[in-house]
Design a protein around this ligand. Structure first.
Ligand code: SF4
Length: 334
């Protein structure tokens, strides 16, 4: 992997409510290289988004965040609000599934871009307007000059998504965190936005974290994939290794639930049960209640993260072999 740009170490997120504290994220170590594209996958409730909201100081005050999240050696956890304001947008930008969470409905697109350019790069007046036009052009918005006068409600969902990406690029960030960036879009617009993100990365050298529940979206757009379950990382590998030789039963379960594009038709396998509620995470391996090959020790001891190969790690007690999906074996035995 290239030199780390961002490092998460012993990062924890606890939510306190009434008389109990629930741990929703626990990540021992995770790195992102400069210019690298990493996908974070897992079911809803796996802690994918919370991890990055915590790192950027965007969680409500009832969240207790521990450990470390560093960008280029600068600590974000516990950093003063003013320091975080400078980093957000400038070094790290985040885009979301719903553009309305970023765009202000009562201000024109041009005003919002001007504000971002002034805040992050000190651009004002004609310089800011010229850069706003360039950004809209970069994200593929036709007739950019006219669009600067539009309000968000005058644009389609796909165009608003492009404006949100332009706003994120306004600070020329080193890292873009895209949280389910295409989930709300139809298939054609989704493909266009993914092509756009790829071309921006190629042109700018920006690193990308793509959070998605859609393994297909991640497979085509990242170099490396990390799988999260119930707040922790269970497997990490380069894309080809993960999709071709997943080792963790949870990753294998996610892949077994995908239809094959070629070959004979096969019955899809759903992982039984659901991600545990943060307040009732089981002892030992968090996946044990849903794992078809769980052993007694799985319910007692949390599995350490083991190295499977170069840049391939999995947290499982079993030496599950390459290509031997526990779900396929289970299906064959039925
Ligand atoms: Fe399954 Fe045990 Fe591995 Fe957890 S540690 S995934 S329960 S085999």
């Amino acid at each position: 992997m290239v030199a780390p740009l961002m490092v998460l170490r012993n990062l924890t997120v606890d939510f306190h409510s009434q008389d109990r504290t629930s741990r929703v994220v626990e990540i021992t170590e995770f790195e992102i290289g400069a210019g690298e594209a990493v996908g974070i996958v897992g079911e809803s409730g796996s802690g994918k988004s919370v991890t990055w909201l915590a790192a950027l100081g965007l969680l409500p005050t009832r969240a207790r965040i521990g450990g470390s999240a560093m960008i280029d050696g600068q600590e974000l956890i516990g950093a003063p609000a003013a320091a975080l304001e400078r980093i957000r947008g400038k070094r790290i930008a985040m885009i979301f599934q719903d553009p309305s969470s970023c765009l202000n409905p009562v201000h024109r697109i041009g005003w919002q871009l001007d504000e971002a350019l002034g805040l992050h790069r000190g651009l004002q007046g004609a310089a800011a307007q010229a850069e706003a036009l360039r950004l809209l052009d970069q994200v593929g918005i036709a007739d950019a000059r006219r669009r600067l006068s539009d309000y968000p409600h005058q644009l389609s969902g796909g165009l608003n998504q492009r404006v949100m990406i332009a706003m994120a690029l306004a600070g020329q960030p080193d890292l873009l965190i895209a949280d389910e960036p295409t989930t709300a879009l139809d298939a054609t617009i989704q493909a266009q936005i993914l092509v756009l993100l790829r071309s921006i990365r190629r042109d700018t050298g920006m690193a990308l974290v793509m959070i998605s529940h859609d393994l297909g979206v991640v497979a085509e757009n990242v170099d490396r994939v990390a799988v999260m379950y119930a707040g922790s990382l269970v497997e990490e590998a380069m894309g080809a290794d993960l999709f071709g030789a997943a080792c963790h039963p949870y990753t294998q379960g996610l892949l077994a639930a995908l239809p094959a594009l070629t070959g004979p038709r096969q019955r899809l396998t759903a992982i039984p049960g659901t991600v545990p509620d943060p307040g009732s995470v089981p002892a030992g391996c968090r996946f044990a209640p849903r794992c078809p090959v769980a052993e007694p020790r799985c319910r007692r001891e949390a599995p350490p993260s083991r190295r499977i190969g170069l840049l391939h790690r999995a947290a499982c007690h079993l030496e599950v072999g390459v290509g031997r999906s526990v779900w396929a074996m289970q299906r064959a035995a039925e």
